[in-house]
Design a protein around this ligand. Sequence first.
Ligand SMILES: *[C@@H]1O[C@H](CO)[C@@H](O)[C@H](O)[C@H]1NC(C)=O
Ligand SMILES: *[C@@H]1O[C@H](CO)[C@@H](O)[C@H](O)[C@H]1NC(C)=O
Ligand SMILES: *[C@@H]1O[C@H](CO)[C@@H](O)[C@H](O)[C@H]1NC(C)=O
Length: 507
Amino acid sequence: MRAVVPSVVLPLLLTAATAPATPLGQRFLATSASAALTASSSTSAAATRVTLDSTNYVDHGLVAFGRIPNTAVDSYGESLGGLGSAIAVESFITGKDGSFRGTIRLQPDRGHNQGGLATSDYRARSHVFNLSFRPLRANAKTPASENLKLTYKSTLLYKKGFNYTTGLDPDAVGSGEPPLPTASFDNHLTVDAEGLVSLDPFLFISDEYGPYIYAVEKATGQIIGTLQPPAALVPVKGGKTNFSALSDPDTGRAANKGFEGLTLDRTTSTLWALLQEATVQDGGSDKTTSRYARLLGYKLDLSNVVAFIQSNPQPKPTHEYVVELPRSKKGNTRGASELHIIGDGHFLVLVRDGNGFGDTDSDSVYKQAALVSIKKATDIAGSKYDSASTPVAPNGNLFSDVRPASVKDFVDLVDPKQLAKFGLHTGGDFNSNLIASKLESLALISTGDRKNPHDYFLFVVSDNDFITRQGKQAGQVDGKGKYVLASYSDPYAEKYSPQDTQAFVYR
Ligand SMILES: *[C@@H]1O[C@H](CO)[C@@H](O)[C@H](O)[C@H]1NC(C)=O
Ligand SMILES: *[C@@H]1O[C@H](CO)[C@@H](O)[C@H](O)[C@H]1NC(C)=O
Ligand SMILES: *[C@@H]1O[C@H](CO)[C@@H](O)[C@H](O)[C@H]1NC(C)=O
């Protein structure tokens, strides 16, 4: 598989996850804070309360934790890694004994970085796991033992026509409308999957390269349609579409800063996609000017997804907002790793630093499932800002007549008190209980408590970047369609420690 390694070094593989389904409803702990607070017997009294547009939200803290070992493999014999790039809870039921179980789909991004530096010929896919847990009680003795069990069930490989996809850098542009990110190595579609919505019998996935949204048939893995965003987001270099993520384009999404977030609001039939950071023309090439990220909303007919994804000309966003992402003390943008609908113009967005397990600095200080409101934001859909030549935030300065969507901190994912419930920590030693650097996915699911209909579980899963010493990954040696399984040992795993996938449940 070394044959496929490009000579250019990728500075950072920023990947993320996306948005799962909330089959039981869209609201999250809405309306009455006190009602929600008294509702839960199983969580700490020290709840965090946040009000957004007069809706009260309450975070009752971490109630379950589990992991998928870094050594685990899927049914193709390949390492189960990168899992928390995107998640979707596909079924969920309450047991009589106060336990919960269901199934969750986990979607990796673009495979192991060969030698920690370059992309690989990884076939895009998603995995289904059984899950079960009994929430930790408020008075439980801590550190408690891990109480979230994830059991591997199956894998779905995605295909475009007869060919699998690849994770290799898209150094070519496929013909057709819209043009597809393609690897010259094998002429396959190249996908760096980051967002996920499960809508039977389809999946919607969002990607970093295009940045595109694809519809996948669940039964076969076949990609049946492609949605290209407005010109403002499509990467263009020297006047030509250029999907390579080895360097920034002149305009469009910055390299490795595509659609990290994808979520479906079933009440309004709107599919939402969020860029990780600003487009290049909006200041996206520099961490200090990249905070104004585009959020696109597509209204679709849920009963005819095929017509939507295959329509020609391409559907245009029905809504478009600019999300003002938070910044670090040094003024660096906290990029968005995931988006999940709450309902009524509110979302959760996963924003974070890059520290923790997987980074060289173990001390993570900021990882949030933050709240976003578009209620007072300016809708720029169909405006001049959809063209690449008219930035909405030149050099990172948003035009004053455009009101951004606000972000408000909510669930602190690196709160040492919460992590300590399961013996986890931020900072200090690189051991298996160090919080992952890349928490990249969110899913909300109703607890099913009829007395407290706004009570939800929030799932968060990490992307371990396939950091293991016992790695297995398949790729083509010659690009002619024969996949060969090969072993690898990740240099970071050797220097620090292998990294399990971590899965958290908050209430
Ligand atoms: C998943 O859960 C279902 C329902 O509880 C069960 O029938 C099935 O055997 C489980 N599969 C695995 C692989 O554990
Ligand atoms: C894309 O841009 C890179 C870097 O400038 C360049 O090397 C490559 O040839 C371009 N690819 C295409 C398909 O034009
Ligand atoms: C499918 O892959 C083969 C190589 O495995 C390549 O020659 C062919 O062009 C690809 N076809 C399409 C439509 O991508």
